[in-house]
Write a protein that binds this ligand. Structure first.
Ligand SMILES: *Cc1c(COP(=O)(O)O)cnc(C)c1O
Length: 236
């Protein structure tokens, strides 16, 4: 069976998927227009964690190129299984130091670089991977990310490490706080990052519940799961 036939068959297994994707794309287009931004500056990553590989085939059939996963073993298996498709794999979860080289092998973009030991573990003289430094907007270290004070030193570390190309900052809005204010904080921090890394212009922020606010504050990479995929089969 050809990839297209597989994709068409996959699509029929996920009723409502095409409609949800189109609805979210429409909302993003509205937010982009409202913010007076260019649609080309905003990449939508569809987060497919916990969903079967068939869902990703269906998304590819619908024209999606950017796929987000947050658990190494699951991401690795899906990337291998779907290597024939033209996809960009975004690893959006926390990376264990001892798995760093394996994640590099299939990920096109690593979103959660949050500590110096991970930067060292990701170093390579053979290939270059795109990376975001994650900033933690809460007081809870378990939420992942470097504290705002630690971001600039970490950025400098990334810049001096071979094999990493810094795209910019990544963040998750804190629970129970206004997302727009949190995203504004990331945007301001991003401006400081650009003083030392002029090419690091990207901001990975905005999920199903808050992507319009993220677009308003300059997000370039939206990570959207359930609003497109529907509820995840297993929730942690
Ligand atoms: C799961 C996840 C998302 C997507 O979450 P939704 O609320 O389903 O859109 C985005 N970013 C990260 C880091 C995630 O783990």
């Amino acid at each position: 069976m050809t990839a297209t036939h597989r994709g068409e068959r996959a699509l029929s297994s996920f009723p409502g998927l095409a409609e949800r994707l189109a609805a979210v794309q429409g909302q993003i287009a509205d937010a982009v227009r409202l913010a007076d931004r260019s649609a080309d500056d905003v990449t939508t990553i569809v987060v497919t964690k916990f969903h079967p590989a068939g869902l990703i085939e269906a998304l590819a059939e619908l024209g999606v190129h950017d796929i987000g996963e947050n658990r190494h073993q699951e991401a690795q298996a899906k990337a291998q299984q779907l290597s024939a498709l033209d996809l960009r794999w975004h690893f959006i979860g926390q990376v264990q130091g001892k798995k760093a080289r394996q994640v590099r092998a299939y990920a096109d973009v690593i979103h959660a670089v949050d500590r110096e030991s991970l930067v060292s573990a990701l170093a390579s003289t053979e290939s270059v991977v795109d990376a975001f430094v994650q900033v933690n907007l809460t007081d809870d270290p378990a939420r992942g990310g470097a504290s705002p004070d630690a971001v600039l030193p970490l950025v400098e570390r990334v810049l001096e490490t071979p094999g990493l190309r810094l795209l910019g900052l990544m963040a998750v809005a804190p629970l129970g706080a206004a997302p727009r204010a949190a995203f504004a904080q990331v945007r301001e921090l991003g401006e400081r990052v650009r003083q030392v890394a002029p090419d690091a212009t990207k901001l990975s922020m905005g999920m199903s519940a808050d992507y319009a606010d993220a677009v308003a504050e300059g997000a370039t990479h939206l990570r959207i799961g359930s609003a497109i995929t529907g509820n995840r089969p297993i929730e942690r």
